[in-house]
Every structure is written in C-alpha cells, then in structure tokens.
Design a protein around this ligand. Structure first.
Ligand SMILES: Nc1ncnc2c1ncn2[C@@H]1O[C@H](COP(=O)(O)OP(=O)(O)OP(=O)(O)O)[C@@H](O)[C@H]1O
Ligand SMILES: [Mg+2]
Length: 232
C-alpha cells in the first residue's frame, strides 16, 4: 500500500444492520475495511444480497452506517451535519445508476445540468457546463434530444455526464452496463478508463467478470464482508 497518500475512500470496520434487534434483522455490512487511493478504478463483485449496494450507499453518503468509520477524502463523514454532508456529496461524488434515472421530458442538456442547482448557478453558466460535460462523453450533437430519442448507451453517457457535472473526484456506478449490450457496455467501460486516466477515482459494481476485468483491482463481497480478489 502506498504510504503518504490520503485515500479518497477509506472505511474502517463499517457495519450496517437493517431492522436491528427485530426478527427481520439483516447484517448487510459486517465490518468492511476498504481503502481506495485517488485515481484507482476498482470493481466490486459478489452475489445478490451480499451488501454491494449497501456499501455503495455508505460510500456515496446516501445512508449512514450503524457503526464503524468512513473517511471521504480524509474527512470523517460522521462529523458532518446534514448540510455539510450534502455539500460533500455534491462536490466529491458522482453517481451512475443501472436504469439511467433520466427525466423523460427534459433534453440531454437539461438532465445533465440538474445537479448544478438552480439557485447556485446562473442559466448561461449551467448551459456552458452541461455542454462541456456532454462533449466529454462524446454527445455534443445530442444536447437537445430527449432520453427516448437516444440509444441505451447514449442515455447512459448522459447519466455519466450528469454525474460529472460538478467535477467530483469520485465516480460511483452501480451496474452501469447491466442494461446495455456488450458492445455498448465496452464503450461505457472505455469512458470510465479515460476518466480514471484523467484522475477520477472510479468504483463500479458488477455481476459480470468480463466487466470487472477492466478495473485495476477487484473486491468481492460475501455475506457483508469484503475480500480482495485472490485473497481469502
Ligand atoms: N432498506 C433495507 N431494509 C432491510 N434490509 C435491506 C435493505 N436494503 C437491503 N437490505 C438487505 O441487505 C442485504 C444486502 O443488500 P444489498 O442491496 O446491499 O445487496 P446487493 O449485493 O447490492 O445485491 P444485488 O446484487 O441483488 O443488487 C440483503 O440481504 C438485503 O435484503
Ligand atoms: Mg445491488
């Protein structure tokens, strides 16, 4: 492990228990220690129900752990109040979901500009930033198309542009190629690799070993525990 570098993601003994103390109790994360350095591209695999999305939700600060620590870019997120957490999420983390989650009545450009916040960024600047993000995923020509006028791979690229609009250092993707054919999936993976080369940290959940093979390293979740691939 590289000494002296502040990991962009570091969890220590992270636990998440749903419905604690009830009959329906589920230990979704059973003490996860994960360290990801800036600029790494990491795949997370593991069977259904093993805790992958739960871990992603913790890393993305969408949910709080039951116990354990999470340092995001060196900041212990437990010390942040709601507003500070929202700012950290906006500035540090971009999300890409399996189903794209685009708004159907809005153009690609308006979808991409969504996370900018209406109050914070004036209209002309919103447009400029959205155009820039669309150009970065090779979709300049499609700015005024609605999602149903785009192919699956193009929709996923719009979703990635939206995740990148605030230039977050961390990009989290839960099954980003799950809904795509393999050729379109390859294009998305090539895009992730380029973002990694530009200094983004990419964490990707996948069921597909061929997809995971594109990452620099793979971690496997089993029953709420995380293992580095090739190690017990
Ligand atoms: N909100 C919740 N309340 C109660 N239990 C939950 C909740 N969310 C997830 N779980 C349980 O926690 C465990 C881990 O779920 P999680 O969604 O993290 O799995 P996963 O690895 O992402 O699975 P998949 O590959 O099917 O997406 C599962 O047993 C699930 O049933
Ligand atoms: Mg999941």
């Amino acid at each position: 492990m590289s000494e002296g570098i502040v990991p962009v993601i570091e969890t220590r003994g992270l636990r998440k228990v749903y419905a604690e103390g009830s009959e329906a109790e589920v230990v979704a994360l059973a003490g996860v220690d994960l360290r990801i350095d800036p600029g790494e591209f990491v795949a997370i695999m593991g069977p259904s129900g093993s805790g992958k999305s739960t871990l992603m939700n913790m890393i993305g600060c969408l949910d709080r752990p039951t116990s354990g620590q999470y340092l995001c870019d060196g900041v212990d997120v437990a010390t942040l109040d709601r507003e500070e957490l929202a700012i950290l999420r906006r500035e540090k983390i971009g999300f890409v979901f399996q189903g794209f989650h685009l708004l159907p009545r809005m153009s690609a450009e308006d979808n991409v500009a969504m996370p900018l916040g209406y109050a914070r960024v004036p209209p002309a600047e919103r447009r400029r930033l959205a155009r820039e993000a669309l150009a970065a995923v090779g979709l300049s020509e499609r700015a005024h198309h609605r999602p149903n006028e785009l192919s699956g791979g193009q929709q996923q690229r719009v979703a990635i542009a939206r995740a990148l609009i605030n230039r977050p250092p961390i990009l989290l993707a839960d099954e980003p190629t799950g809904a795509l054919d393999s050729k379109t999936g390859e294009e998305i993976l090539a895009l992730f690799k380029r973002l990694r080369d530009e200094g983004h940290t990419v964490v990707l959940i996948t069921h597909d070993p061929e997809v995971a093979a594109h990452a620099d390293r793979t971690c496997v979740m089993r029953d709420g525990q995380l293992h580095e691939e090739g190690r017990p």
